[in-house]
Design a protein around this ligand. Structure first.
Ligand code: ADP
Ligand code: MG
Length: 708
């Protein structure tokens, strides 16, 4: 029977092929020769040895390489289409089985061809056999490689063969000069750069493979040290650069701050007092503050932000607070306006949903300086918004904003700086507002340092008193009726409940449908209660109406998609049900759960899940049951997911460390920090040359990104 012909893939023209390869390399972040050289292997294959087929068959199911001559090559059709190639050496025969193959392989592996094949060779019923071996056609007596064969991280459409060649070529061209002097290498007990890189790409067969694998080999240590040194240098330079910029000193903690504190219905916690002092100190300086305020959900960041704003206003400047959603911005506006307006502060409000006329009025107030405090969403970063004298920028839930959005707000030119050419000329003189970012997603300190080049961190590590701990249970969704009964009971006791439906990333329509169905189900099951529904598709006014009814206690049960994740504050809500909790990430579950436990009533969070649970989902739910400490949760999240995913590719981008691991390489971080300090502290020509060569090698154009 003739083999059915497979159409060979059309060959693209050479130029576009090169282009697509370049763009595929670019996707991996490989632009320059040095990028390629620093693209280090994931693992290695040992092709330095050939064993006989007989020996290979006796080695159990371990990986071996054999060499033989093809004695038969045919396509079989039963039980499924496959290519069966038999090779033989003096000791025996080996069957190579390919379930996926190209028609051209029958020609390539024609009878009489000599091949080297490497794979997991098993001793089967019909003799030695290997499925999908790596193989190559060789001439008799062809020399074996003397080094291990690297396997590189590869993007789609990039073959190992292509990458190996590209990297080997780059290694020929690249400038190898060590960025560290022999004396520095000796002092740090580090391998020379070139030796380390060459060893990692092509290790000799006698290398300690285990040390390569766990990256404890001296060659890896050198790579990690260099990477960390670049990071530390860049970080310290960014700090220096920030200190060289001008900001308006906001020295006054005056009447407004005092009056504000006096009218607050509570006293600040110790942790709040501490961070307020840290921020206040920064605001006095004449270079811009860049501080991240971390505090668990409910830890009371808003009042800290308001106090920072008060200091700016007291000192005669404007402050702006940007929140990621209208719901949250609205909540901040109401709360802060209620605090501040009685004290004579003009608070303006600007979001995308304002009517044109209202928007213009708000903009006019902002531009004239009449608005002392401005609260809103990303509508604030539009070009048409001009501040009279902006002293302080506050970004709530900062991780919800892109780097660009945060920068846009900070870079708001204020009319005080003048416009047009004058402003361009005065650019270097222009002042930068102080910046306070807030986040309830605690980023471990070490990780924050790699993510943000230059950032001070304040932490609120204490919740306001009088909170009752939240009890968390995981409940199989087949016990839904019990959960509904529980919601009913809570409402009869005068409480309110959230019922959260998961984000369905593939389809907003589907998400809406689930939320609507849940809403209908609950409305039917709880006919004596008022059930509300809020989701992302509602118009702002409609959302607001539902939220208002819930805040006022008129609505008992709020069915919500994750729009409520951020910052919503309704202290009377003490029960939260999270539908399909297994689909949420840990930090998201934690954020959601933070919506309850805000009042004095004992709060409960029920995590409804669909069994069977996967391993990671199980770990997550267990973590949620075991702790309500956001930092602990972040730590476990980091363990479960690893730092790359933890920050989200969207945010972390190139800033992430590739080689060093902050958990296990802390000792290297310390050493790199010390050397960075010395190099910058003693700016001799030699040290300066080291710094610039090192940064150019390791960061190249990426350094700009890190400066953000
Ligand atoms: P988050 O840090 O999550 O933004 P909020 O600022 O919304 O937290 O504060 C949560 C709740 O705690 C609010 O109702 C706030 O008024 C209240 N709160 C803040 N600080 C204190 C305090 N020191 N004592 C009592 N309640 C406080
Ligand atoms: Mg908040």
């Amino acid at each position: 029977m003739p083999a059915p012909k497979r159409k060979p893939a059309a060959k693209p023209a050479p130029a576009p092929a090169a282009n697509t390869r370049a763009s595929k390399l670019e996707k991996l972040g490989l632009r320059t020769d040095m990028d390629l050289v620093l693209h280090l292997p994931l693992r290695y294959e040992d092709e330095t040895e050939v064993v006989t087929i007989r020996q290979a068959g006796m080695m159990g199911a371990s990986i071996a390489q054999v060499e033989g001559v093809v004695s038969s090559c045919e396509i079989q059709y039963r039980p499924r289409r496959q290519l069966i190639v038999t090779i033989a050496d003096d000791s025996g025969q080996l069957v190579m089985r390919f379930l996926n193959f190209y028609g051209s392989q029958t020609k390539q592996l024609a009878v009489g061809t000599r091949v080297r094949a490497r794979g997991e060779i098993r001793h089967g019923f019909f003799g030695a056999e290997v499925v999908h071996p790596n193989y190559k056609v060789v001439l008799e007596g062809a020399p074996l490689p003397e080094v291990l064969t690297p396997v590189y991280p590869a993007g789609e459409g990039l073959s190992q063969i292509f990458l190996r060649k590209a990297i080997a070529d780059a290694m020929q061209r690249v400038e190898w000069r060590d960025t560290l002097s022999p004396a520095q290498l000796a002092a740090q007990q580090l391998s020379p750069f070139e030796d380390a890189v060459r060893l990692l790409h092509n290790p000799p067969p006698e290398v300690d493979e285990h040390a390569l694998e766990d990256r404890s080999h001296p060659a890896w240590v050198r790579m990690k040290f260099d990477e960390l040194l670049a990071q530390q240098l860049s970080l310290k330079r960014a700090q220096v650069a920030r200190r060289a910029k001008n900001a308006r000193a906001l020295p006054l903690v005056g009447q407004l701050s005092a009056a504000f504190l006096a009218t607050l219905p509570f006293t600040l916690t110790k942790a709040q007092q501490r961070v307020v002092a840290e921020i206040s100190e920064d605001l006095r300086a004449s270079f811009p503050m860049q501080r991240l305020l971390q505090g668990d959900v409910g830890s009371g960041k808003t009042v800290v932000a308001a106090l920072a704003a008060a200091q700016a206003i007291d000192s005669g400047y404007q402050a702006v607070l940007m929140a990621p959603t209208e719901i949250l911005a609205d909540q901040h506006f109401r709360k802060i306006a209620a605090w501040m307006e009685p004290l004579g502060v003009q608070v303006a409000w600007l979001t995308g949903s304002l009517k044109k006329k209202e928007k213009l009025a708000a903009q006019a107030m902002i531009e004239s300086g009449a608005a002392q405090l401005v609260i809103g969403t990303h509508a604030l970063i539009q070009d048409s918004v001009q501040f009279a004298k902006l002293g302080l920028v506050i970004v709530d839930e900062q991780h919800r904003f892109g780097v660009g959005q945060r920068l846009a707000l900070r870079n708001k030119t204020t009319s005080e700086n003048g416009g047009g050419e004058a402003a361009a000329a005065a650019k270097t003189e222009a002042t930068v507002p102080h910046q306070l970012m807030m986040s309830a997603t605690p980023i471990p300190r070490t990780l924050a340092m790699t993510y943000y080049a230059d950032l001070e961190i304040s932490v609120i590590d204490e919740l306001p008193p009088g909170r009752t701990p939240i009890v968390t249970r995981a409940v199989d969704q087949i016990r839904r009726d019990e959960v509904i009964a529980r919601v009913h009971a809570a409402v009869l006791e005068g409480r309110q409940a959230y019922w959260v439906c998961p984000l369905i990333e593939e389809s907003e329509a589907l998400q809406l449908q689930t939320a609507s169905e849940t809403y209908a189900m609950l409305a039917e099951a709880l006919p004596d209660l008022r059930v509300g529904l809020v989701h992302g598709r509602l118009k702002q006014a409609e959302k607001q109406e539902v939220m208002d009814a819930f805040s006022a206690g008129e609505c008992h049960v709020l069915v919500a998609t994750t729009v409520i994740e951020v910052g919503v504050d309704v202290p009377n809500a003490s029960l939260m049900v999270i539908e399909h909790a297994e689909r949420f990430g840990l930090s998201q579950l934690h954020q959601l759960r933070g919506r309850v436990g805000r009042g004095s009533a004992a709060s409960v969070c029920l995590l409804l899940y669909q069994s069977p649970l996967g391993q990671i989902a199980k770990q997550r739910l267990m973590t949620m049951r075991e702790t309500t400490d956001g930092f602990e949760i972040a730590r476990r999240d980091l363990e479960i997911r690893g730092p790359g995913e933890f920050l989200g590719a969207r945010q972390s981008g190139q800033a992430m460390l590739r080689f060093a691991d902050l958990m296990t390489d802390q000792w290297l971080v310390d050493r790199a920090r010390e050397l960075a300090h010395t190099l910058l502290q003693e700016p001799t020509p030699a040290n300066n040359a080291t710094v610039s060569a090192h940064l150019a090698r390791w960061l190249g154009e990426r350094e700009d990104f890190l400066k953000v």
